[in-house]
Design a protein around this ligand. Structure first.
Ligand code: ATP
Ligand code: MG
Length: 399
């Protein structure tokens, strides 16, 4: 067991000391057996959410009605979920009802894939009712139970299957793949946010080309917003595709591939956050400048530092033969004459004083922006003297 599991053990012990069962469950057990980095540690228990709230001091009730609370322990968060059986998924989002139970067996049965239906107790003993360990060995994604039923019950599982192929490099079991091809139109009824979430992980997968190959083979994309109207986007994905770390990066990529779909349209139809929108817009701006002029100071100046990694990944996808590095971007950033408008040697008031006969107006902003671009690009020295000199020769237009 790794550090992360040991850190969570006091939570398991505490539940057991109170007379209940508790297991590590799901993705963390899978990733431990695969020797992959572990995301979150999830715990399944026979104790009710109310009971968990009583026995721990810091509990956040994130989804009590579905049996989930977050227990905070030593600054870590653990999702603790009561063993349960799910009712129908009529809203395509959550089961209508859940029934809490006191044995883990039926809880494992409701899980999507055999490799995700593993539980482990605190001594490292594994409960594996559906040969998930065999499928881990064989690198197979296979539904727990009948695929047709399980995908009909929650169509998101089909997207999750693709997501896991991309993360793990696994193959989808033949029958499971057949079932996906039958049930896939049901994807159209899903809440898009759930799909966006899985797609973000799909595009970040280490084995992304495998995930994309399944996307093409299953034609799942024909049931997704935008891709349904522009199916050629999927076919035009560059061969040198490498994992992207956020959905903002994904949207930037897809917009450059198909400029008829704006960033705003992706954001709207895939219900993304404002942060994703800003990120995609900045990346597209930088990429377009890169295509025109290569790396330059103005594009780096406009880009938030937190997006250097994303820009680097995207440039290298489009130009695999001339890869650049984040280091190259940082070096340009360090050499910038100014970091922001505030550092310009003159401001709006100075300009008004230089042109006392003019009315305040749009010319002011336009002029400041021009000066900013000249200074950032290194064509104009950032001193009052040089800027005044420059402006005599390029006086702002009036309007
Ligand atoms: P990650 O490492 O990306 O978090 P994960 O396997 O933990 O992968 P989660 O989405 O966090 O995936 O879900 C946790 C567990 O809950 C899964 O391993 C699976 O057992 C179960 N699960 C999640 N979503 C579904 C679903 N739609 N249908 C059935 N079981 C699900
Ligand atoms: Mg998880």
């Amino acid at each position: 067991m790794t550090e992360a599991f040991l850190m969570a053990m006091p939570v398991i012990n505490q539940i057991e000391n109170q007379g209940h069962q508790a297991f590590y469950v799901g993705g963390c057990v899978r990733d431990l057996l695969l020797d992959r980095p572990i995301g979150d540690i999830d715990i399944a228990t026979s104790a009710s959410p109310a009971f968990i709230q009583q026995i721990f001091s810091k509990v956040i009730p994130v989804g009590i009605e579905h049996g989930t609370v977050i227990v905070r322990h030593h600054h870590q968060s653990y999702e603790v979920t009561t063993f349960r059986i799910d009712g129908d998924y009529t809203d395509q989002r959550h089961p209508d009802s859940v029934e809490f139970i006191d044995q883990i067996d039926k809880d494992l049965e409701r899980r999507d894939f055999t490799i995700n239906a593993l539980a482990m107790n605190k001594d490292g003993v594994i409960t594996d009712l559906f040969d998930g360990q065999g499928d881990l060995q064989a690198k197979l994604i296979r539904t727990v139970g009948d695929g047709y039923e399980r995908f009909t019950e929650d169509p998101l599982r089909m997207i999750r299957a693709l997501r896991f192929t991309s993360q793990l490099g696994f193959t989808i079991h033949r029958q499971t793949l057949t079932d996906i091809k039958k049930v896939k139109p049901a994807i159209e009824g899903l809440a898009i946010e759930r799909i966006t979430n899985e797609f973000t992980k799909l595009f970040a997968g280490e084995y992304l080309p495998i995930g994309i190959a399944y996307l093409k083979d299953t034609e799942i994309y024909k049931h997704l917003p935008i891709f349904a109207d522009f199916p050629e986007i999927i076919c035009s994905l560059p061969n040198a595709l490498k994992p992207l770390h956020s959905f903002g990066e994904v949207i930037a990529l897809l917009h450059v591939i198909e400029p008829r779909v704006s960033v705003a349209q992706w954001i709207k139809e895939w219900k993304c956050s404002n942060k994703t929108k800003q990120e995609a817009a900045q990346l597209v701006n930088a990429l377009e400048q890169y295509k025109r002029d290569g790396l330059n100071q103005w594009m780096i100046y406009q880009l938030s530092e937190s997006y250097y990694g994303g820009l680097n990944r995207l440039i290298n996808i489009f130009n695999p033969n001339e890869p650049i590095t984040v280091d190259a971007l940082e070096q340009i950033a360090h050499r910038l004459p100014i970091q922001s408008k505030q550092e310009l040697a003159i401001n709006g008031n100075d300009l008004i004083n230089l042109f006392p006969n003019r009315q305040k107006g749009r010319w002011l902003q336009i002029s400041i922006n021009q000066i900013e671009k000249e200074v950032v690009s290194g064509r104009l020295k950032n001193t009052k003297y040089d800027i005044k000199e420059w402006i005599q020769w390029s006086p702002p237009e009036t309007n």
